[in-house]
Design a protein around this ligand. Structure first.
Ligand SMILES: [Zn+2]
Length: 218
């Protein structure tokens, strides 16, 4: 069903909070740009660009790609025609300097209008992330318990083989959650002060979260 959303949104939350899945769904329903820095980086890695090679060394180690690399990529994306009016930023900003750089780039009618915080307990996040499998062919996301394929390790959509992303392995997850606590969690106070923060209990079924999300984005 088509929905009307005219917001410039940042989806904020720990890895595994469901931001990516919801961003994709809302963006499709509302025909607005879904700007996933993770997907953009992985596309660069797959294409073997110099940026991709640089990014890969950080991602494989479960580390964040340096701010200036991501900022340049996002700025270029937001300047494209389909992202003039409304968009969802997913996976960015993740640090206070990134949030400040974004605010420095966007002002007035293009400024961030909504920041949605996806709240999920950490124990739940670990289970969601370690069970996550991604189709190597079409990029569909599955989960060994919560969203399994009919045949193990084979994508229902395209028949492609499933892989566990290197940053979804336990060691990398522990590091990503630690980075979230130290680098990303401070953004809540930053955006709360700006009066754009809205919170959602994301430890519920995806369809319930989706409905509430549409209301919060109005
Ligand atoms: Zn697939």
């Amino acid at each position: 069903m088509a929905v009307a959303v005219r917001a410039r949104c940042v989806f904020l939350g720990a890895p595994g909070a469901g931001k990516g899945t919801q961003a994709k769904k809302v963006a499709e329903a509302a025909s607005i740009a879904h700007i996933s820095t993770g997907d953009m980086l992985r596309a660069q890695v797959a294409a073997g660009t110099p940026l991709g090679a640089e990014a890969k060394s950080f991602m494989d180690a479960g580390k964040l790609v340096p701010d200036q690399v991501i900022i340049a990529m996002v700025q270029a994306r937001i300047a494209e025609p389909d992202a003039r009016e409304a968009w969802i930023l997913d996976g960015f900003p993740r640090t206070l300097p990134q949030a400040q750089a974004l605010d420095g780039t966007l002002s007035g009618a293009s400024a961030v209008s909504h920041v949605i915080y996806f709240d999920v307990p950490e124990s739940v996040l670990v289970g969601r992330l370690t069970g996550r499998r991604t189709c190597g062919k079409c990029g569909a996301i599955w989960h060994v318990d919560n969203h399994p394929t009919k045949v193990a390790d084979v994508c229902d959509n395209c028949g492609g083989g499933l892989v566990q992303r290197s940053d979804d392995r336990l060691e990398a997850i522990t590091q990503r959650l630690e980075q979230y606590r130290t680098l990303t969690a401070p953004l809540l106070a930053y955006y709360r002060e700006r009066g754009v923060l809205r919170e959602i209990d994301a430890n519920r079924s995806p369809s319930v979260v989706y409905e509430e999300l549409l209301n919060l984005m109005q």
